[in-house]
Design a protein around this ligand. Sequence first.
Ligand code: ZN
Length: 240
Amino acid sequence: MKLTKISEHIYYMEHDPETDRPALGYVKGEKGGFMMDAGNSSAHHHHFIEKLQENQLPPPRYLSITHAHWDHSFGLWATNAATIAGGKTNKELEKMSHWAWDDEAMEKRLKTGEDSLFAHTHICKEYTHRSDIKVKTAEISFNGSMTIDLGDITCILREIVSPHCRDSVVFIIPQDSVIFLGDSYCSVPQGEEWVYDKVLLTAYIDELEKIDFRLAIKGHHPPQTKEELLAELKAEWKKL
Ligand SMILES: [Zn+2]
């Protein structure tokens, strides 16, 4: 996968649907780098770090994740950076860190709805040996929002209401007018279908409209302008 420079300080590596690897992002500051989402495995994580090296970018000083879903968080243990997550995300990770990954435990979580078939299928594809799965909590957690000052650029980590999950965080980089959405714009898998909750989608659109940004980096789709993103979400809203 290739690393793309999207603005003066920001890079991202595109998503890979094969094993549901989401887009990963990087903000280059004079005091160090900030990595956005950890990857779905140490392999995904290290692939990104190699891309940074190829582009003469140092490994990140800080790393934060947008939510606890496996594809964004299972690479967390592989980093040397200081790790940060929203309080709700860290609670989820704490719970998941006690999960077993044998067939029986995974089947049981499918039945209880704790895990989706979509996630299950892709976890099995990414991990040849499921004993390689390690779930870690972040070292630093916050509620509401926090700011990272990288010297010449500042990143805002902010919890946001989302139709995708209850622990969504977005990363806003005002100076470059970029927002990193993770999956906050996505619906939820229910069997074969992906379904939006109308109340949550309404609240999410309202929140996004109030945030000042030009470009959005999406977890599982190519980046969009604010206008394109809002038009797409409003079209989904109309279908409900
Ligand atoms: Zn997700």
